[in-house]
Ligand binder design. Structure first.
Ligand code: PAF
Length: 280
Protein backbone atom coordinates (compact mmCIF):
# COMPACT_ATOMS: atom_id res chain seq x y z
CA UNK A 1 0.00 0.00 0.00
CA UNK A 2 1.33 3.43 -0.89
CA UNK A 3 1.08 6.43 1.42
CA UNK A 4 0.46 9.60 -0.57
CA UNK A 5 1.28 13.04 0.76
CA UNK A 6 -0.85 16.07 -0.08
CA UNK A 7 0.54 19.51 0.73
CA UNK A 8 -2.19 21.60 -0.85
CA UNK A 9 -5.97 21.58 -1.07
CA UNK A 10 -5.75 20.91 -4.79
CA UNK A 11 -3.49 17.94 -4.28
CA UNK A 12 -5.73 16.57 -1.56
CA UNK A 13 -8.76 16.84 -3.84
CA UNK A 14 -6.88 15.06 -6.65
CA UNK A 15 -6.00 12.20 -4.33
CA UNK A 16 -9.57 11.86 -3.07
CA UNK A 17 -11.15 12.15 -6.51
CA UNK A 18 -9.62 8.80 -7.53
CA UNK A 19 -11.55 6.94 -4.83
CA UNK A 20 -14.49 4.69 -5.66
CA UNK A 21 -17.84 6.17 -4.60
CA UNK A 22 -18.37 3.26 -2.20
CA UNK A 23 -15.05 3.87 -0.42
CA UNK A 24 -15.62 5.50 2.96
CA UNK A 25 -13.09 8.04 4.16
CA UNK A 26 -11.86 8.03 7.77
CA UNK A 27 -10.13 11.18 9.01
CA UNK A 28 -7.64 11.31 11.88
CA UNK A 29 -6.93 15.01 12.57
CA UNK A 30 -3.62 15.61 14.38
CA UNK A 31 -1.10 18.31 15.08
CA UNK A 32 1.76 15.89 14.35
CA UNK A 33 4.44 14.37 16.57
CA UNK A 34 2.69 11.10 16.01
CA UNK A 35 2.70 8.76 19.02
CA UNK A 36 1.00 5.52 20.00
CA UNK A 37 -2.16 7.42 20.99
CA UNK A 38 -2.54 8.62 17.38
CA UNK A 39 -1.67 5.13 16.15
CA UNK A 40 -4.64 3.69 18.08
CA UNK A 41 -6.94 6.08 16.18
CA UNK A 42 -5.32 5.07 12.89
CA UNK A 43 -5.55 1.35 13.74
CA UNK A 44 -9.26 1.68 14.45
CA UNK A 45 -9.81 3.62 11.22
CA UNK A 46 -7.96 0.96 9.21
CA UNK A 47 -9.78 -1.86 10.98
CA UNK A 48 -13.05 -0.36 9.79
CA UNK A 49 -11.58 -0.44 6.25
CA UNK A 50 -11.90 3.28 5.69
CA UNK A 51 -9.56 5.12 3.36
CA UNK A 52 -7.37 6.59 6.10
CA UNK A 53 -6.49 10.27 5.88
CA UNK A 54 -4.26 11.72 8.62
CA UNK A 55 -4.04 15.51 8.71
CA UNK A 56 -1.06 17.21 10.34
CA UNK A 57 -1.57 20.86 11.07
CA UNK A 58 -0.47 22.86 14.09
CA UNK A 59 -3.52 25.08 14.18
CA UNK A 60 -2.57 28.63 15.29
CA UNK A 61 -6.22 29.51 15.98
CA UNK A 62 -6.37 27.17 19.00
CA UNK A 63 -3.35 28.64 20.78
CA UNK A 64 -4.11 31.58 23.04
CA UNK A 65 -0.44 31.84 23.90
CA UNK A 66 2.11 32.50 21.15
CA UNK A 67 4.96 31.05 23.23
CA UNK A 68 3.04 27.79 23.54
CA UNK A 69 2.48 27.73 19.76
CA UNK A 70 6.16 28.41 19.03
CA UNK A 71 7.39 25.61 21.26
CA UNK A 72 4.81 23.04 20.08
CA UNK A 73 6.95 20.06 18.98
CA UNK A 74 7.13 18.97 15.36
CA UNK A 75 8.92 16.09 13.58
CA UNK A 76 7.63 16.00 10.03
CA UNK A 77 10.12 13.51 8.57
CA UNK A 78 9.67 11.05 11.42
CA UNK A 79 5.87 11.43 11.27
CA UNK A 80 5.85 10.53 7.56
CA UNK A 81 7.99 7.45 8.26
CA UNK A 82 5.67 6.31 11.06
CA UNK A 83 2.53 6.92 8.99
CA UNK A 84 4.00 5.02 6.03
CA UNK A 85 4.88 2.12 8.30
CA UNK A 86 1.29 2.11 9.52
CA UNK A 87 -0.15 2.03 6.00
CA UNK A 88 -1.96 5.35 6.20
CA UNK A 89 -3.44 6.04 2.76
CA UNK A 90 -3.03 9.79 2.65
CA UNK A 91 -1.26 12.37 4.80
CA UNK A 92 -2.56 15.93 4.50
CA UNK A 93 -0.19 18.76 5.46
CA UNK A 94 -2.17 21.95 4.87
CA UNK A 95 -0.33 25.25 4.98
CA UNK A 96 -1.45 27.99 7.34
CA UNK A 97 -2.02 30.43 4.51
CA UNK A 98 -4.34 27.94 2.80
CA UNK A 99 -6.37 27.27 5.92
CA UNK A 100 -6.41 30.90 7.05
CA UNK A 101 -5.79 33.07 3.98
CA UNK A 102 -5.27 36.79 4.39
CA UNK A 103 -8.52 38.36 5.59
CA UNK A 104 -9.88 35.11 7.09
CA UNK A 105 -12.53 36.04 9.69
CA UNK A 106 -15.03 33.24 10.31
CA UNK A 107 -14.85 31.20 13.52
CA UNK A 108 -17.16 28.71 15.26
CA UNK A 109 -18.35 29.62 18.76
CA UNK A 110 -20.01 27.01 20.97
CA UNK A 111 -21.67 28.87 23.82
CA UNK A 112 -22.37 26.42 26.66
CA UNK A 113 -19.37 24.16 27.20
CA UNK A 114 -16.41 26.07 25.77
CA UNK A 115 -15.58 28.27 28.75
CA UNK A 116 -15.36 25.57 31.41
CA UNK A 117 -12.44 23.24 32.23
CA UNK A 118 -9.67 23.88 29.63
CA UNK A 119 -11.71 26.65 27.98
CA UNK A 120 -11.67 28.66 31.20
CA UNK A 121 -7.89 28.89 31.05
CA UNK A 122 -7.36 28.89 27.27
CA UNK A 123 -9.49 31.69 25.88
CA UNK A 124 -10.95 30.89 22.44
CA UNK A 125 -9.11 27.55 22.36
CA UNK A 126 -12.21 25.55 21.48
CA UNK A 127 -13.34 28.11 18.94
CA UNK A 128 -10.03 27.46 17.17
CA UNK A 129 -10.40 23.68 17.50
CA UNK A 130 -13.98 23.60 16.21
CA UNK A 131 -13.15 25.95 13.35
CA UNK A 132 -10.27 23.84 12.07
CA UNK A 133 -12.13 20.55 12.57
CA UNK A 134 -15.14 21.90 10.65
CA UNK A 135 -12.83 23.11 7.87
CA UNK A 136 -11.16 19.69 7.69
CA UNK A 137 -14.55 17.98 7.56
CA UNK A 138 -15.67 20.26 4.71
CA UNK A 139 -12.43 19.72 2.79
CA UNK A 140 -11.90 15.97 3.33
CA UNK A 141 -15.61 15.02 3.57
CA UNK A 142 -14.99 12.02 5.83
CA UNK A 143 -17.58 9.39 6.68
CA UNK A 144 -16.01 9.10 10.13
CA UNK A 145 -13.43 10.98 12.20
CA UNK A 146 -11.37 9.72 15.14
CA UNK A 147 -10.41 11.57 18.32
CA UNK A 148 -8.78 10.50 21.59
CA UNK A 149 -10.62 10.58 24.91
CA UNK A 150 -7.57 12.22 26.49
CA UNK A 151 -8.99 15.47 25.10
CA UNK A 152 -12.43 14.61 26.45
CA UNK A 153 -13.86 18.14 26.34
CA UNK A 154 -12.66 18.51 22.75
CA UNK A 155 -14.33 15.21 21.81
CA UNK A 156 -17.53 16.32 23.58
CA UNK A 157 -17.58 19.65 21.72
CA UNK A 158 -16.86 18.08 18.33
CA UNK A 159 -19.76 15.63 18.84
CA UNK A 160 -21.94 18.61 19.78
CA UNK A 161 -20.91 20.59 16.69
CA UNK A 162 -21.62 17.61 14.41
CA UNK A 163 -25.08 17.27 15.98
CA UNK A 164 -25.88 21.00 16.02
CA UNK A 165 -24.79 21.52 12.40
CA UNK A 166 -26.16 18.18 11.08
CA UNK A 167 -22.74 17.44 9.66
CA UNK A 168 -23.41 13.71 9.38
CA UNK A 169 -19.84 12.72 10.26
CA UNK A 170 -19.53 9.72 12.56
CA UNK A 171 -17.34 10.68 15.53
CA UNK A 172 -15.40 7.82 17.06
CA UNK A 173 -13.77 8.38 20.46
CA UNK A 174 -10.85 6.15 21.40
CA UNK A 175 -9.78 5.50 25.03
CA UNK A 176 -6.65 7.25 26.27
CA UNK A 177 -3.40 5.42 25.62
CA UNK A 178 -0.93 5.53 28.53
CA UNK A 179 2.75 4.73 28.88
CA UNK A 180 3.96 2.01 31.27
CA UNK A 181 3.75 4.52 34.16
CA UNK A 182 0.19 5.50 33.33
CA UNK A 183 1.08 8.91 31.88
CA UNK A 184 -1.43 9.77 29.14
CA UNK A 185 0.38 9.94 25.79
CA UNK A 186 0.58 13.44 24.36
CA UNK A 187 2.85 15.17 21.86
CA UNK A 188 3.64 17.62 24.66
CA UNK A 189 5.33 14.84 26.71
CA UNK A 190 8.26 15.25 24.29
CA UNK A 191 8.95 18.61 25.93
CA UNK A 192 9.53 17.01 29.35
CA UNK A 193 12.95 15.99 30.63
CA UNK A 194 13.51 12.93 32.86
CA UNK A 195 12.62 14.85 36.02
CA UNK A 196 9.48 16.28 34.42
CA UNK A 197 8.38 12.82 33.30
CA UNK A 198 8.94 11.52 36.82
CA UNK A 199 6.67 14.25 38.24
CA UNK A 200 4.11 13.89 35.42
CA UNK A 201 3.54 10.21 36.11
CA UNK A 202 2.18 11.20 39.52
CA UNK A 203 -0.96 12.56 37.83
CA UNK A 204 -2.42 9.18 36.95
CA UNK A 205 -0.94 7.37 39.95
CA UNK A 206 -2.82 9.77 42.21
CA UNK A 207 -6.05 9.64 40.19
CA UNK A 208 -5.97 5.84 40.52
CA UNK A 209 -5.51 6.10 44.29
CA UNK A 210 -8.52 8.38 44.84
CA UNK A 211 -10.91 6.95 42.22
CA UNK A 212 -12.75 4.69 44.61
CA UNK A 213 -12.57 6.72 47.82
CA UNK A 214 -15.89 7.08 49.55
CA UNK A 215 -16.37 10.87 49.54
CA UNK A 216 -19.81 12.47 49.68
CA UNK A 217 -19.06 15.85 48.11
CA UNK A 218 -17.18 16.49 44.88
CA UNK A 219 -15.45 19.57 46.33
CA UNK A 220 -13.95 17.49 49.14
CA UNK A 221 -12.59 14.83 46.80
CA UNK A 222 -11.23 17.49 44.44
CA UNK A 223 -9.50 19.17 47.35
CA UNK A 224 -8.09 15.87 48.63
CA UNK A 225 -6.65 15.04 45.18
CA UNK A 226 -5.16 18.52 44.96
CA UNK A 227 -3.37 17.99 48.27
CA UNK A 228 -2.09 14.55 47.21
CA UNK A 229 -0.82 15.90 43.87
CA UNK A 230 0.97 18.73 45.64
CA UNK A 231 2.60 16.23 48.00
CA UNK A 232 3.83 14.34 44.90
CA UNK A 233 5.55 17.42 43.51
CA UNK A 234 2.77 18.74 41.23
CA UNK A 235 2.67 22.32 42.48
CA UNK A 236 1.19 24.09 39.48
CA UNK A 237 -2.35 22.76 39.23
CA UNK A 238 -4.65 24.60 36.83
CA UNK A 239 -7.84 22.73 37.69
CA UNK A 240 -9.18 19.52 39.19
CA UNK A 241 -12.88 19.02 38.59
CA UNK A 242 -15.32 16.16 38.81
CA UNK A 243 -17.98 16.37 36.11
CA UNK A 244 -20.74 14.20 34.67
CA UNK A 245 -19.55 12.35 31.57
CA UNK A 246 -22.66 12.98 29.47
CA UNK A 247 -23.44 16.58 30.38
CA UNK A 248 -20.16 17.97 31.75
CA UNK A 249 -22.25 19.29 34.66
CA UNK A 250 -20.46 19.80 37.95
CA UNK A 251 -22.47 17.90 40.59
CA UNK A 252 -22.38 18.84 44.27
CA UNK A 253 -22.47 15.26 45.54
CA UNK A 254 -20.81 12.11 44.36
CA UNK A 255 -23.72 9.87 43.48
CA UNK A 256 -22.52 6.35 42.79
CA UNK A 257 -23.94 4.91 39.61
CA UNK A 258 -23.84 8.26 37.84
CA UNK A 259 -20.95 8.26 35.44
CA UNK A 260 -18.58 10.83 36.78
CA UNK A 261 -15.17 11.77 35.43
CA UNK A 262 -12.32 13.58 37.03
CA UNK A 263 -10.63 16.19 34.85
CA UNK A 264 -7.17 17.58 35.53
CA UNK A 265 -4.84 20.16 34.02
CA UNK A 266 -1.40 20.82 35.46
CA UNK A 267 1.81 22.52 34.42
CA UNK A 268 5.01 20.50 34.81
CA UNK A 269 8.19 22.46 34.17
CA UNK A 270 6.29 24.86 31.94
CA UNK A 271 4.52 22.10 29.97
CA UNK A 272 0.73 21.98 30.21
CA UNK A 273 -0.63 18.44 30.65
CA UNK A 274 -4.24 17.26 30.85
CA UNK A 275 -5.84 13.98 31.83
CA UNK A 276 -9.27 12.62 32.69
CA UNK A 277 -10.56 9.35 34.00
CA UNK A 278 -13.81 7.68 35.05
CA UNK A 279 -14.42 8.04 38.76
CA UNK A 280 -16.60 5.07 39.53
O1 PAF B 1 -6.30 17.14 19.28
C1 PAF B 1 -5.61 17.75 18.44
O2 PAF B 1 -4.49 17.34 18.10
C2 PAF B 1 -6.15 19.03 17.83
O3 PAF B 1 -6.86 19.78 18.76
C3 PAF B 1 -6.98 18.79 16.55
C4 PAF B 1 -8.22 17.99 16.83
C5 PAF B 1 -6.12 18.06 15.52
C6 PAF B 1 -7.41 20.13 15.96
O4 PAF B 1 -6.33 20.93 15.64
Amino acid sequence: MQTNIARSLLNLKKNLSNLKKSQKIGLVPTMGCIHNGHLELIKKCKKLKYFTVVSIFVNPAQFNNQKDLKKYPSQEKKDIEILKKNDVDLVFFPKTKQMYPLGYSTYIKEINFSDILCGKYRKNHFSGVLTIVLKLFLIVKPYAAFFGEKDFQQLFLIKKMVKDFNLGVKIIGIPTVRDSNGLALSSRNKLLNARGLEIAKQIYLNIKKIRNLDYKYTKDLELYLKKELKKSGLNNIEYIEIRETNSLKHPKSIIRGKTLRIFIAVHVEGVRLIDNCKLN
